[in-house]
Design a protein around this ligand. Structure first.
Ligand code: UDP
Length: 398
């Protein structure tokens, strides 16, 4: 049989040091055999799936028994939950009686199919939230909300609180997202797995091969944003900022995106963006090729993450890990990753984004200096071992 293996904490030792690895091993030893079930709503296509995938494996490598279950739903269910997602991030919504009925019925059906006999249940984001009402509660239930909750729609929040209040703890990505609710709230920022194909170091040859495969020219500096096609990622604002910057510099914009199974808005946004395509503006949907994501984040002169709301923004840490400076929206978790003017730039408008783009494209020294600091920021704060340890502490506390 082939020699299959998964990443274990020892692999992190050169990055985080022996002391951290030993501490994690000790904490995990006390939790050996702990049965954990994670619920979310998509296998791939967003940060949540990305994190659960790596984190459950790392937990299993330490002797915990961490499972990952994805709820199933019809297209109308996901259209409703995406509206809820948008409302929690500050958009408007009309939650009719029938929409609530569909939402609650689909979750009930999922509960019928999922048998739970665990020590911890972790429910990610609002989609599977009502699961909790269908089980006799025998262990702590955690709600892990990855969204930017800085300005939730009041009516949606009130509706969801009937379930949220039954959880034993709620985990948020930033302290600014704290809301009125019964459970205690903890802040834990997501983190990246540096050993995946998306994040490990690629050779120049591998990078060139990927870029050539998608016919991405490398004659000009690349400005790159990689995101689901989602209004909160402001792809239109990215194109406008790039057009403004192009009055002063020559570069090429690559907007790479993918679609998540729980996000029906993507297709429409992608098609509306296609009208902007020209020789300098590439709009690509090959985002499920994680080596391409890596190649672009590594080769880019500048990465953008011009979000208008952002729970955390894994793409920011991913690019910074590759030593690429990021211009990020001054919102949510991005503000904790980018130290403005030190390892990247925070921006609040199209004009500001264009100005920073020009500054970085024109100054190689600045790019390299910021890139070095960006990588160090991620090494110290945003590798998966830190997040794992916070979970272990939380399990021990509860
Ligand atoms: N992603 C990808 N291809 C794409 C767009 C995004 O692989 O075309 C990945 C990206 O690399 C990151 C995740 O999807 O790992 C997005 O996470 P983030 O927290 O940035 O945003 P979310 O989609 O969860 O809002």
């Amino acid at each position: 049989m082939a020699n299959y293996r998964i990443t274990c904490v020892e692999d992190y030792e050169p990055l985080v040091g022996a002391e951290v690895v030993r501490r994690i091993r000790d904490k995990a030893a006390k939790l050996k055999g702990l049965r954990i079930a994670n619920f979310n709503s998509t296998y791939y296509g967003g940060g949540v799936a990305e994190i659960i995938s790596s984190l459950t494996l790392l937990m299993n490598s330490l002797g915990l028994r961490a499972e990952w279950r994805v709820i199933q739903g019809s297209p109308d269910f996901f259209s409703i939950t995406k509206k809820m997602h948008n409302a929690l991030q500050g958009g408007g919504i009309d939650l009719s009686k029938i929409k609530k009925e569909i939402f609650e019925q689909v979750i009930y059906e999922n509960s019928v199919r999922n048998f739970l006999d665990h020590d911890f249940i972790i429910v990610h984001d609002p989609q599977p939230l009502p699961l909790i009402e269908h089980y006799e509660k025998k262990c702590p239930w955690l709600w892990r909300c990855h969204l930017d909750l800085s300005r939730p729609d009041a009516e949606t929040w009130k509706y969801l609180r009937r379930w949220i209040d039954n959880y034993d703890a709620v985990i948020l990505s930033c302290k600014e997202f704290a809301q009125e609710m019964k459970p205690p709230q903890r802040v834990m920022m997501p983190a990246i797995n540096p050993f995946t194909i998306k994040n490990r170091q690629l050779s120049d040859r591998e990078i060139n091969e990927r870029l050539a495969h998608y016919e991405i020219p490398v004659d000009l500096p690349l400005v790159v944003q990689i995101s689901r096609f989602d209004p909160w990622k402001d792809p239109k604002g990215v194109v406008e900022a790039f057009k403004l910057a192009r009055k002063q510099i020559d570069a090429r914009l690559v907007l790479l995106g993918n679609f998540a199974t729980d996000d029906p808005e993507g297709e429409e946004i992608f098609h509306s963006l296609c009208a902007c395509r020209d020789d300098r503006i590439l709009i690509l949907t090959s985002g499920d090729d994680t080596a391409l994501v890596n190649a672009l984040q590594t080769r880019a002169a500048v990465v953008l993450q011009k979000s208008l709301r952002e729970g955390f923004g894994l793409t920011v840490a991913e690019a910074m890990w590759k030593g690429t400076p990021v211009i990020g929206g001054n919102v949510g978790g991005i503000r904790y990753q980018i130290d403005d003017g030190v390892n990247g730039f925070l921006v609040s408008s199209i004009e500001e984004t264009a100005g920073r783009m020009v500054e970085l494209i024109n100054d190689k020294e600045l790019r390299h200096g910021m890139g070095r600091k960006a990588r160090e920021m991620v090494r110290k704060n945003f590798l998966l071992t830190r997040y794992l340890e916070q979970y272990l502490d939380l399990f021990a506390d509860l």
